[in-house]
Design a protein around this ligand. Structure first.
Ligand code: ARG
Length: 470
């Protein structure tokens, strides 16, 4: 709970609450604290004011309030913006949430016009609108950061397009790839993430206002006008659904979960590659931390934490799914619980993307250690089998012959290209002098020269294609 929010010290008089007229006793202190959301929903104050101003403009346009009332509301809201920005605004827990806090202050500043603002509106459609506006803004920020992250990945892929490294399956050396190719695999993951966030934005960008509490309103409102004012693509078509739907928030958390899962996989690789047993990459010191006891330690805390925070994002997705599963239509107070998981997802994702976009350009590779690892893993064994198959040996037989050759190399403690031609020919007479160009890492890489392949040339053209799309 924020410390600059005044907590209930004495029971508020029943007149404090706009809804307290039918109450025979003051609300319990504990209940006030339990039901208040201003500690976390006040972060939506800009969206709340933006929504209120659009609603007020519509009310005036439809002659539901006067032009004078609108002017008063606009003047009061301008002052409130200044107060909140400067920190002078007195947030009060007694006033439950961001909506009541702002409305009460507006009324204190401009009188009756402030009380007219809520005509044809309920906090139910108001809060649903605020969250959608907030999430839309957040998605736009996230897309910007994702773009920076992608640029960093593409730059790295291009820089390392010709750097050989072992490709792994089962975390065992499999075949040579380039570091740039590996980075492009990460990039492809983020491409799908970008598309998912576009979809979520589309589903979010729909106006609930006008639904009022649940059934719509008796005033001659113009919902399309409000939608256009707020940059929504359209209005939520059913008033019950408009105030109840939180699918967009769940979708956002699902998209965030997938993105974090991707970042977590990258992180796991970075942690492994930084390990002295691998020594494939170096993360700049400013993204590492030390140990309080072991002076030699340099720990990859950033990727580790990103991996850890992924679990927390999955938790938020599960929270929201569970929050919604038992709710009858229409609005229920349960919905107030949608905000903290959503906000934390936005914050965690934003921080993670920002730090990764900054860290990736500083990543350096250690080509010697990666080549060394390639020499130890018989990484070109498949190339030898392909060579034999090209010479007419059925692939299965070629596979078996190369298996025997690998065994022999293992016995001798050498890599395949170090076996003398006479030795190699004992596994198949089809093997000739031309085999050695096939067994080199460079030959192996260059041979995979098709779209999606690891040849350095392909990596460079893939980067160029990606840049063109952006
Ligand atoms: N603070 C509430 C929320 O976050 C606003 C809507 C309250 N509506 C109500 N009928 N109590 O959901």
């Amino acid at each position: 709970m924020n410390t600059d929010i005044s907590s209930p010290t004495s029971s508020p008089s029943s007149s404090q609450y706009t809804w307290a007229a039918t109450f025979s006793e003051p609300v319990d202190q504990l209940v006030i604290r339990y039901t208040a959301s201003v500690g976390f929903d006040r972060r939506m104050w800009r969206q709340d004011i933006r929504g209120s101003l659009a609603h007020a403009r519509m009310l005036a346009r439809q002659d539901i309030i006067s032009a004078g009332d609108l002017a008063d509301i606009q003047r009061g809201m301008a002052q409130i913006v200044g107060e909140i920005e400067s920190g002078a605004f007195a947030w009060s827990q007694d006033l439950e949430d961001v909506h009541f806090n702002i409305e009460k202050r507006l009324t204190a500043l401009v009188g009756d016009a402030g009380k007219r603002l809520h005509t044809g509106r309920s906090r139910n459609d108001q809060v649903a609108t605020d969250i959608r506006l907030y999430l839309r803004d957040s998605i736009d920020d996230i897309q910007g950061l994702l773009g920076q992250f992608q640029t960093a990945l593409l730059d790295l892929a291009e820089r390392e397009a010709g750097t050989p490294m072992p490709g792994f399956t089962h975390l065992q050396v499999a075949q040579p790839i380039t570091f740039g190719h590996h980075v492009l695999a990460w990039y492809e993951m983020t491409r799908r993430d970008v598309e998912r966030f576009y979809d979520v934005r589309e589903h979010t960008n729909c106006l609930p206002l006008g639904a009022a509490a649940l059934a719509g309103t008796t005033y001659p409102i113009d919902r399309e006008f409000v939608a256009a004012e707020l940059g929504f693509d359209g209005v939520c078509e059913n008033s019950l659904d408009a105030v109840s739907d939180r699918d967009f928030a769940i979708e956002f958390c699902a998209a965030a979960s997938l993105l974090m899962m991707h970042i977590s996989r990258m992180s796991e690789e970075l942690v492994l590659w930084m390990n002295p047993r691998f020594r494939f990459v170096k993360i700049p010191d400013r993204f590492c931390t030390g140990s309080s006891i072991m002076p030699q330690k340099k720990n990859p805390d950033v990727p580790e934490l990103a991996r850890g925070k992924t679990g927390r994002i999955y938790g938020h997705l599960t929270s929201l799914l569970t929050l919604m599963k038992g709710q009858p239509l229409a609005y229920n107070k349960d919905n107030q619980e949608d905000k903290e998981p959503l906000f934390d997802t936005v914050d965690t994702l934003t921080d993670t993307l920002r730090i990764f976009a900054a860290m990736i350009p500083g990543l350096t590779t250690r080509p010697e250690t990666m080549s060394e690892a390639l020499r130890q893993g018989f990484a070109t064994a498949t190339d030898l089998a392909d060579y034999l198959a090209r010479k007419g040996l059925p692939f299965r037989d070629a596979h078996a012959a190369v298996g025997l050759a690998v065994r022999r190399a293992e016995e001798l403690g050498v890599d395949l290209p170090q076996l003398p031609l006479s030795e190699l020919r004992s596994f198949s007479p089809l093997i000739g002098e031309d085999v050695f160009s096939v067994l080199t890492v460079e030959g192996s890489l260059a041979a995979r020269n098709h779209i999606g392949g690891t040849a350095p040339e392909q990596v460079r053209t893939a980067v160029a294609r990606a840049r063109q799309r952006a």
